[in-house]
Design a protein around this ligand. Structure first.
Ligand code: PLP
Length: 399
C-alpha cells in the first residue's frame, strides 16, 4: 500500500547526534562535555550505594512481577511529594496534592501536558529562552502554542529578570509557564530567592499556571534549598504542576523514574483531578514499570537509605563545585584574562560557558573536546584526569 513511501527523514537530535560523533572519534584523549549525565571522577556513571543496597534487598525478597496501579507505587508518590514540598507542607496535610509515578521527568511533563491540554485547550505555554531542548517539542506535540520568555542575558552571563517579568506580565491569564525550579538546563543560571519572589508575584497577579520542572533537586545547594522555589509557589496558594525526575539524583537514568504532582485546592478536587490524570496514563501506557520505582520508594522511605542518599548526593554536588572552581582557576593559569567567575555562580550540572559556536567547533576539530554549539558544557563530565587538557584547550581557542 506504499504507506511509508513519502515519509521524510526527521532531523537528528542535536545532543544525541553529538554523542554519536564522539563515539566514532578515534582520538584517545577525547572528552565529551556534551552529555546530560553525572560522571564520577573516574568518568563513570555511578551506581549509588543506597541504590545498590535497595536493589539487593529487593532481589533477595524474590518478589513476583505483577502490575502496578495506574498511578504507580503509593510509597514512591508520597516520598516524591514530601521531597519536593517538604514533610510539613500544609498542602500535603490537607490532602490536596495528587502525585503519580511517571516515566522519568519527561513522562511527568508529558502526562501533565496532555492533561492540561484537555483542561485548557487554548492556553499558550511559555518556556525559558533558552530551555531544555525537549520542552518546546513536548508541549507542541501535546497541541499547545509554545512561546519563549526572556531568561538568559549573554552580556551579564546572568538572568534577564526585567525581560522575563515584562514578558510574563504580557501573557493572557491561564497561560502555562514552565519554570526550572533549580539548576537551569542549559544555562546553570537560577533566580535568587528575592527574584523568585518577584516571579511568583507576577505569576499570581496575572493568574498564570506554573509548571515547575525539577530534574536536579540536590545538585544545586542541597535537597531542601533546591525545592525552595516550588515551596514558595505552593505556599502562596497557587495551583501548580510539578515534574520531578529521579534520573540524575539517583543515577537511575535508564530505569525512567519520576513523578508528577498537581497541587489543587481541596481533597475533593484532588480526587477528581487524580481520576482524570489516571485516564491520561491509562490511554498512554496503562501503568508504570516497577523496579526502579520500587528502589527509589525504598530509598525515600527508609531512614538509613535516605541518609546514605543524601550523603552521596552531597558528594556529587561537591565534586561538581570543585570542577567549576578548578576550571576557572586553570583557565586563568593558562593565560585567559576574561573573567570566568560566573561559572562558579552557576548551579547544577551545566554551564553556559560563554564559548561561541566557532570556538566549540575548534575545540572538537583540534582538541577532540565535544560541547554543544550553544557553549553548554556538562561540568559533571570534567574530572581530575581531563580537567588540565580541557582548560588548556579552552584557553587556546579563546585566546
Ligand atoms: N527536565 C529537564 C530540565 C531536564 O534537564 C531533563 C533531563 O535532562 C528532564 C526534564 C528529563 O528527565 P528524565 O531523563 O528523567 O526524563
Amino acid at each position: 500500500s506504499k504507506l511509508f513511501q513519502s515519509v521524510e527523514l526527521a532531523p537528528r537530535d542535536p545532543i544525541l547526534g553529538l554523542t554519536e560523533q564522539y563515539n566514532s572519534d578515534t582520538r584517545s584523549h577525547k572528552v565529551n562535555l556534551g552529555v546530560g549525565v553525572y560522571y564520577d571522577d573516574d568518568g563513570r556513571v555511578p551506581l549509588l550505594r543506597c541504590v545498590h543496597k535497595a536493589e539487593v534487598d529487593r532481589v533477595q525478597a524474590q518478589l513476583a512481577h505483577s502490575y502496578l496501579p495506574i498511578e504507580g507505587i503509593a510509597k514512591l508518590n508520597r516520598g516524591a511529594r514530601e521531597l519536593v514540598l517538604g514533610k510539613d507542607s500544609e498542602a500535603i496535610k490537607s490532602e490536596r496534592c495528587v502525585t503519580v509515578q511517571s516515566i522519568g521527568g519527561t513522562g511527568a511533563l508529558k502526562i501533565g501536558a496532555d492533561y492540561l491540554r484537555a483542561l485548557l485547550p487554548d492556553a499558550k505555554v511559555a518556556i525559558s529562552k533558552p530551555s531544555w531542548e525537549n520542552h518546546r517539542a513536548l508541549f507542541e506535540k501535546a497541541g499547545f502554542e509554545v512561546v519563549e520568555y526572556p531568561y538568559y542575558d549573554p552580556e551579564t552571563h546572568g538572568l534577564n529578570l526585567d525581560g522575563m517579568l515584562d514578558f510574563l506580565k504580557s501573557l493572557p491569564a491561564k497561560s502555562i509557564v514552565v519554570l526550572h525550579a533549580c539548576c537551569h538546563n542549559p544555562t546553570g543560571v537560577d533566580p535568587t530567592p528575592e527574584q523568585w519572589t518577584e516571579i511568583a508575584k507576577v505569576v499570581q497577579d496575572k493568574e498564570l499556571i506554573p509548571f515547575m520542572d525539577i530534574a536536579y533537586q540536590g545538585f544545586g545547594d542541597g535537597l531542601q534549598a533546591d525545592a525552595a522555589a516550588v515551596r514558595l509557589f505552593v505556599e502562596k496558594g497557587l495551583n501548580c504542576l510539578i515534574s520531578t525526575s529521579f534520573s540524575k539524583s539517583f543515577s537511575l537514568y535508564g530505569e525512567r523514574i519520576g513523578a508528577l504532582t498537581l497541587v489543587t485546592d481541596s481533597a475533593e478536587e484532588a480526587a477528581r483531578v487524580l481520576s482524570q490524570v489516571k485516564r491520561v496514563i491509562r490511554t498512554n501506557y496503562s501503568n508504570p514499570p516497577t523496579f526502579g520505582g520500587a528502589i527509589v520508594a525504598e530509598a525515600l522511605n527508609t531512614p538509613e537509605l535516605f541518609a546514605m542518599w543524601e550523603e552521596e548526593l552531597g558528594e556529587m554536588r561537591q565534586r561538581i563545585k570543585e570542577m567549576r572552581s578548578q576550571l576557572v582557576n586553570k583557565l586563568a593559569e593558562n593565560g585567559v584574562n576574561m573573567n570566568f567567575d560566573f561559572v562558579m555562580a552557576q548551579k547544577g550540572m551545566f554551564s553556559y560557558s560563554g564559548l561561541t559556536a566557532a570556538q566549540v567547533d575548534k575545540l572538537r576539530e583540534e582538541h577532540a573536546i565535544y560541547a554543544i554549539s550553544s557553549g553548554r558544557i556538562c561540568v559533571a563530565a570534567l574530572n581530575s584526569k581531563n580537567i588540565d587538557t580541557v582548560a588548556k584547550a579552552i584557553a587556546s581557542v579563546i585566546k
